[in-house]
Design a protein around this ligand. Structure first.
Ligand SMILES: Cc1cc2nc3c(=O)[nH]c(=O)nc-3n(C[C@H](O)[C@H](O)[C@H](O)COP(=O)(O)OP(=O)(O)OC[C@H]3O[C@@H](n4cnc5c(N)ncnc54)[C@H](O)[C@@H]3O)c2cc1C
Length: 470
């Protein structure tokens, strides 16, 4: 415990804001004049659902944050456990005067944060909460007519774009507390990634990714929907998710001076929108926004679910996407829509099961974004695609992967087929298939479902739900 003359330290509880620039909780602590201790709690509940690729990326980011803090004379105190116990107990062990942290929107995060705040306040400590992971905090972009978050994106975006950002004060130089020397709060060892993270970790690497994107962003409108084009989108989602990039800095640096830049910044508004909606409607995480859509009678089909998850549905663009996800922890947005639609509308499997699979595997997984997008695809959420608009996976493949380059990359067993046949191999006869080395049901699966029949089945199930007899 520090002596009575030394100022009491202020803790920054790092969560999804793993950077020191443009980070409001960090700024507030450094500006308090107190020595600053950086803390991260490895929460078994939050980590339990994360696959190895997301964990390794997090561990890489933590090591990098620790390096950045050490370069400034401090370090990252990492503790394992329930944050509701760990944060107050670290604060007590070092007699911190308070804790600063950036808020989050998921129901789990909110319950956890309430427990932490209550314990800290009960001990008479200052609590500073901030919003460092969104451009605008929930509640800042409101429909003038309803007084709440718009249920349709376009008007939300209009108000969002016209809303001035609340200022985030700059951090100042501060004395940092080195966790190695803390009596009573010894750090747990920093977790090590089991394998090389899928991208270079840390805020400096993220800043480089943003810099690289600036050279390509003007082509965003023409290239963003082509999954074979690795350079067509920014790949910044995981940096935004972990906070190695500040969303506000990203929007500022990119700007809206060209159509490509404006289209890209508009996507950041989707991110805020889904976060604001989940904050306002916590039930969205488990329930359809449209209550009648919770009455859809989903099929219980473990084999179909496994075929989808493992990339062996017999629909090449779907299988390519699911294999990309498993191998890299990321999937192109167009293909996220196609694969999600296939699960819900072709297999008639509950969107929550697909959401759970993405939750495990995505390195950019965020509860609000994943749930919001799944509900959008399922036609159950806000501003959702109408339930009767059902993606045809073959037409989508031919349109957005016209040369079959993406499918060939992830489904190499079809690589010898020509570009049209590649998206619907069952349209060829056995001899033509054999000439390309393909035997359906052997070297590549036969389709698990007939799209046209599945479409009718889904329309009937949704219609029944809407009429109240789902
Ligand atoms: C079923 C489904 C599940 C999804 N789950 C997630 C998720 O868990 N986490 C996540 O970050 N994104 C999710 N998305 C949205 C989107 O697919 C990814 O953000 C995008 O593919 C990330 O690639 P990028 O950074 O290259 O995107 P870019 O096209 O470069 O877009 C820039 C940024 O805008 C934001 N953005 C883009 N599209 C969307 C969108 N549809 N909704 C919300 N924000 C968007 C992201 O932060 C993204 O990094 C999901 C989409 C679908 C259809």
């Amino acid at each position: 415990m520090p002596s009575s003359e030394s100022p009491r330290p202020r803790i920054v509880w790092f969560r999804r804001d793993l950077r020191l620039e443009d980070q409001p909780a960090w700024s507030a602590a450094t500006r308090s004049g107190a020595p600053v201790l950086a803390l991260h709690v490895l929460d078994p509940v939050a980590l339990g659902g994360a696959g190895p690729l997301r964990r390794d990326l997090l561990f890489g980011h933590l090591a990098s944050l620790d390096d950045d803090l050490r370069a400034r004379g401090g370090g990252l105190l990492v503790r394992h456990g329930d944050p509701a116990e760990v944060v107050p107990s670290v604060a007590a062990a070092i007699d911190a005067d308070g804790v600063e942290f950036d808020l989050d929107v998921s129901p789990y995060a909110r319950r956890r944060d309430r427990a932490v705040v209550e314990a800290l306040r009960a001990a008479g400590r200052h609590v500073g909460t901030h919003w460092g992971n969104l451009l605008h905090p929930p509640g800042a972009v409101i429909s003038p007519s309803s007084g709440r978050t718009h249920r349709v994106f376009t008007p939300f975006h209009k108000v969002w774009a016209a809303t001035p950002a609340e200022p985030w004060p700059e951090a100042t130089a501060a004395t940092l507390v080195d966790p190695a020397g803390l009596p009573g709060a010894a750090p747990d060892p920093l977790p090590r990634p089991h394998s090389t993270p899928v991208m270079a970790p840390g805020a400096d690497a993220a800043a480089e990714r943003l810099g690289d994107w600036l050279a390509r962003v003007d082509h965003y409108p023409e290239r963003r929907d082509l999954p074979a084009d690795d350079a067509g989108t920014s790949h910044l989602s995981a940096d935004l998710r972990w906070g190695t990039l500040s969303p506000r800095r990203v929007a500022e640096v990119v700007g809206t001076t060209t159509p490509g830049r404006a289209a890209f910044v508009r996507q950041l508004a989707w991110r805020d929108w889904y976060a604001h909606l989940l904050w306002e409607e916590p039930r969205l995480g488990r329930h359809a926004l449209k209550p009648e859509m919770d009455r859809v009678t989903w099929r219980d089909d473990p084999d179909g679910l496994a075929a989808w998850a493992e990339g062996r549905t017999g629909y090449p663009i779907v299988d390519a996407g699911m294999r990309q996800l498993a191998a890299t922890g990321w999937m192109h947005n167009r293909v996220r829509m196609i694969t999600a639609s296939f699960l819900v509308k072709d297999l008639l499997i509950d969107w929550r099961l697909g959401e759970a699979h993405f939750r495990e595997l995505l390195v950019d997984y965020e509860p609000s974004q994943n749930v919001g997008n799944w509900q959008w695809v399922a036609g159950t959420g806000p501003d959702a695609a109408p339930y009767f608009r059902i993606f045809n996976p073959v037409a989508q493949g031919r349109k957005f992967d016209p040369d079959g380059e993406y499918v060939k990359r992830w489904v190499p067993e079809l690589a010898s087929l020509d570009r049209r046949a590649l998206h619907a191999p069952w349209e060829l006869g056995p001899l033509e298939l054999a000439a390309a080395g393909v035997v359906l049901g052997d070297t590549y699966p036969a389709p698990v479902v007939d799209h046209a029949a599945a479409r009718e089945r889904t329309l009937a199930a949704y219609a029944a739900a809407r009429e109240g007899d789902g």
